[in-house]
Write a protein that binds this ligand. Sequence first.
Ligand code: ZN
Length: 328
Amino acid sequence: MGTKRKVSSKQWLRWLLPLFAVCLAVGIYIVQGLPGLKPPVVWPSGNLGEFVLPDIHDEAGYAVFIDVGQGDATLLISRGHAVLVDAGPPGAEDVVLEVMRACGVEKLDAVVATHPHADHIGGMRKVLETVPVDAIFMPKAVSSSVTFARLMETISSQGKKIKAPVPGDTLAVGGFDITFLWPEKDYEDTKNMNNNSIVLRAEFEGKRLLLTGDMEKKVEKTLVEQDADLRADVLKVGHHGSNTSSTKAFLAQVNPHYTVIMCDGVSYNHPHTKVMERLMDLGVDIYRTDRNGTVVCRLAKEGITFTVESQNKERPAPVSSYDADDTE
Ligand SMILES: [Zn+2]
């Protein structure tokens, strides 16, 4: 009896030690990540409520126009892959990351900063610090703002290179084929940062989205004159619906069925009445993040559908913690 008990206790120890080692390894991984392995993503806690967001592994493609107040942040997801185009103003990082988490995005194939204004890159640093990012696209234009300097610091401390795309460059992400349309090689508008905006077309199963950052009428005119392939089913309205953009000729060339305006409805008189009139004249559907909250566009072979976070969302006070000159 005594001998038997001794043997079984040794066998038990033989199992216990490896088990202990495994538990310790898992513990270390959870706390700080094992060397050489991907550390766990630490997500902020947020307040999306009951709005159901699409799953990154869905067969359809999605553009999630995230309500970041006065600014842009658009997440493209498809078949396990994701691209973030802009990351909203400073303070928007939590909602951007919360949307990413809700969609199941744990890594980004690419981040695109359309241009270096704070209402587009304010939340980007935290995004880069939180999830792995394969590629970063930015125009060559630089800004003297602290927000921009801090973002560049983070990018260089991570040893990442920035790619400045030129018209015709492409990127395949999941089911999306992304084509860059602007800026031209070596183009820089030093007087107007908005005109340096990266403009891109994302196509999924023949359905097209056009994202134009804050591009203004001067570049819209150039693209129309160049007969660039601007046609798209869904247009993210340029420069938050400002009257600096969305000329009749440009809208005619894009010929969208659906439009999304990203603004807080308070700042800079966005969207402008004249832009709203031009869009209504076209008879397009108009979604607005200030009214609808986060707007989800689903692209599939059978068609395009939209869901929105809420109607007539109560607005927070406009963000005023950064220099207004740096935001439009
Ligand atoms: Zn902007």
